[in-house]
Design a protein around this ligand. Sequence first.
Ligand code: SOE
Length: 366
Amino acid sequence: MTRSVALLGHGFAARAHANALARLPMFFPDAPSVERSVLVGRDPDRAAAAADRLGFARATTDLDGALADVDALYVAAPNDRHAAASTAALDRDVAVLCEKPLAPTVDAAERMARAADRSGAVAGTAFNYRFSPPTRAARRLISAGDLGTVRRVRAHYLQDWLVDPDAPWSWRLDADRAGSGALGDLSAHSVDLVSFLLDDRVERVAGDLQTVVDERPAPDGDGTRPVTVDDAATVRARFAGGARATLEASRVATGHRNTHRVAVEGDEGAVRFDPGQPNEMAVCRDPTDGFETVDLTDPGGPYADRWWPPGHALGWEHAVVHESAAFLDCVAAGEPFRPSFADGLAVQRVLGAVERAAAEGSWVAV
Ligand code: SOE
């Protein structure tokens, strides 16, 4: 049965999802066949051009009308539009894959999770890095006990696109629209990823948020707009199972285009990887020894059989293809998808606790 899909938005994340949907028939022929039915955008001309470029049958500015004709909605619009679009779809039993972070606030994320609970449709949060091969390989090692007792975790996600004080203002810099800055944009990935790797939840956090540029040129060239979110975030987290994590996120990390590093250390071993560099991970199997590199394009590597021969590299976009295949399999089977809206809400609660901790200068329970 062909599943028809609507896509809300046509920016970077929307393009990654459209690419994923186009790849599925070639590389995941066992996934449900999908029609890219309708692209929803605010500007009719830009939506029509994007629909044409991204392979959608039609474009519209009418989300409600689009929802009448589709089985699933991919939400790839700015964060402040996630809740209304997702609940409109779920109230019609239309499945939803919503970009991270789930919402700008915990309250909005709670409304979305309640709508998912009410609905019979599948609801997922698009934490794409869960579907990167090194993430899957690392989780296999950890859940098999190969690292022993996990004691410390380190994750940092560093970008430099806001280093230039003249980089233009955007919705990502507005607390009302984005919720937070590097914290919600990048630390959200780290919180979800580490919780997934450890199969554990964050209990307490301490945090520090920093804004280094307070106003930026308005995109229309008319003066400047205030920056009301963090440019960088540091998080200390304690997991229920005892592990402790140090997380950093920055969009003013000079020299770092998109550096994403995750390290998990146990008493019997350790693993470290970059989920955005999906072809390898480093493993320390003997605590008295160092790391060795594992080539994940070799047979047995997660998803390796889906793509190219050993030694032929995957890119950033392949995790989004894996994510879409898993989501659409769940939609076809009527089974829950992970990360769910409940998982997205759990991350939002951690982010909210970090904001409180940063404001109070103390540890805060999640
Ligand atoms: C911008 O910082 C961004 O596009 C994030 O929003 C994505 O989640 C991340 O994967 C790449 O960087």
